[in-house]
Design a protein around this ligand. Sequence first.
Ligand code: NDP
Length: 481
Amino acid sequence: MQKIKNYINGEFVNPINNNWLDNYNPSNGEIYGQIPNSTVEDIDLAYNAAQSAFSQWSNTTLGTRSKILSKIAELIKEKLDFLAEAESKDNGKPISLATAIDIPRAAANFQFFANAITQFASESHESVGLDAVNFTLRQPIGVVGCISPWNLPLYLFTWKIAPAIAAGNCVIAKPSEVTPMTAYLLGEICTEAGLPKGVLNIVHGLGTTTGQAIVEHPNIKAISFTGGTQTGAHIARVAAPMFKKLSLELGGKNPNIIFADCDYDKMLETTVRSSFANQGQICLCGSRIFVEASIYEKFKKDFVQKVKQLQVGHPSEKSTNIGALVSRSHLEKVESYVKIAEDEGGKVLCGGLEVTVPGYENGYYFQPTIIEVQDNSCRINQEEVFGPVVTMMSFKTDEEALQLANDVTYGLSATLWTNNLNRTMQFSKQLQTGIVWVNTWMLRDLRTPFGGSKASGVGREGGFEALRFFTEAKNICIKYE
Ligand code: NDP
């Protein structure tokens, strides 16, 4: 049984209390490893290492930082198969997905910020007539905390760490306790790439103890968090009195709005993906599908038929489209939402049940599920399920579609299918979300601002936005004669 350790000051160490948690393989429900159940003492140790490394790292040239980040990217690419296998085993996602998306994106995160930091500039303002010039210094914050969820483990972990260290900060990072493996392996890679000791410290454990200790630490001045809305609200409450900088990337209940004038085949194929990729466990999945009435029945028939063809199976099988959900408790939550939807009058068009995969009877498998609803105010349309469950209903006018799309507390992303330019612009301006995809889904350009509005979070990551978050702006005003 593999024991994962904390990565502190460049060394792999046991938790100080020698307390351990079990790590489960979602594909068969078996315990296959243990991870540290770290406490505030481990966070203090990590903080001391990070603080000691800060003065040197923040003065390391951009060229050197860039080279080290590029080397980390290169090593991730070299270990693609190994890391993809580890990710798939730890999370339950199809290995094909981890190989095509998760691990390449983790490498891309490091490569992107290796380049971005060499191009990051700040403003200067000449105060004409006052004989003064102002310029902005963007200085690293110091020791920062990065906390990430289980759905895209290495992908989201590195999305935070790469800009934080590129900007000259030292980091204490905590992956989800449910998916710790690739974060652990990243420690080895960072050492191999020559990242100085203490610049990145990875501490494993429960959100409510290890994560909480990061958020409560008085000298960790910024927290970048991706996870659930409730957790985000809790973190904001803890951090606010200490005036920490916060970036909160939270939950979503994203609309997928389909007009009759779209490219139908492309829309259908993409909607299958945007509904069920990664077992529907992507914050950007389109979980509320709104279809123009004139094509509703045709879409319903075609969509159900396509979704029924998706193979639920062991993550390592090439034929698998839908792997295992991340945990037994998550599967139970997803299942409970199907019941809630039915009680509210929703009609299950396909799926809705747990799946037994022969040979892996204790794994956490669930059918891709489509539920037809009549009213957007039902719980299944208002609450985040974060699993392979989507709803669909029809609309008649643009105004109605927009109203339905915005009638939710969340505001992360929206997808719009239309070939009408005026409609595209009207929806783009009026959708209350941080991201709008038109005639595509999850096409990511890492230079763009990423984040949500309303209950989907505050702050933006990605591109220079992330480098701005991980630096403190200081105005210098020089008066001359
Ligand atoms: P959680 O909010 O439960 O956990 C996220 C992370 O926070 C985990 O590492 C967790 O640790 C930790 N954590 C939990 N409680 C605390 C606490 N009190 N203080 C500090 N850290 C804490 O989310 P999930 O892991 O269940 O992830 C799913 C959620 O993430 C969904 O709502 C999804 O929409 C959202 N998400 C948002 C994205 C975005 O970009 N907007 C992208 C991806 C996911 P532990 O796991 O050990 O409990």
